[in-house]
Design a protein around this ligand. Structure first.
Ligand code: DQA
Length: 153
């Protein structure tokens, strides 16, 4: 099993960026948490962060045939990007949306998520540990979907 872990704009500045909202842990801490979780769960992974929408679309497209699922924090593109929604729909890979902060309790403009329509779940407000939650949830989803039919009854 292999996952693409995708992070959008400004998440490279974790630790520096609005620490009261996003905490003091850095993007490197996030990569370590992802690596530790994937090792424990026996999942191969590829981690990618970009500030550019098209690069994120390219990564989603490249996951086709390479990855079994996607964990994505589209950051600000959550609230603006039909291109990311279309990319996830196009590859049709199970995808979990993650937000470090609790977006539901923030500004009105953060209440729209385009990508949510293509995701199996959204995890929000759990800090960096939300990524570990997302990885485990995605693994459980894939395992339950791959059970032989008699075992799903
Ligand atoms: C975020 C929430 C978004 O609204 C914001 O634009 C981000 C980060 C989060 O992880 O809480 O950049 O996705």
């Amino acid at each position: 099993m292999k996952f693409l872990i995708l992070n959008g704009p400004n998440l490279n500045l974790l630790g520096i960026r609005e620490p009261d909202v996003y905490g003091r842990e850095t993007y490197q801490d996030l990569e370590k948490l992802v690596a530790d979780t994937c090792r424990q769960e026996n999942i191969a992974f590829r981690c990618f962060q970009s500030n550019h929408e098209g690069d994120l679309v390219d990564q989603i497209q490249q996951a086709l045939g390479d990855c079994d699922g996607i964990v994505i924090n589209p950051a600000a593109y959550t609230h603006t990007s039909v291109a990311l929604l279309d990319a996830v729909k196009a590859v049709s890979l199970p995808t979990v949306e993650v937000h470090i902060s609790d977006v539901a309790s923030r500004e009105d403009f953060r209440q729209i998520s385009y990508i949510r329509a293509a995701c199996i779940a959204t995890i929000s407000g759990e800090g960096l540990s939300g990524y570990a939650h997302a990885i485990r949830l995605l693994k459980a989803h894939l395992l339950s979907n791959n059970l032989p039919e008699e075992k799903t009854l």
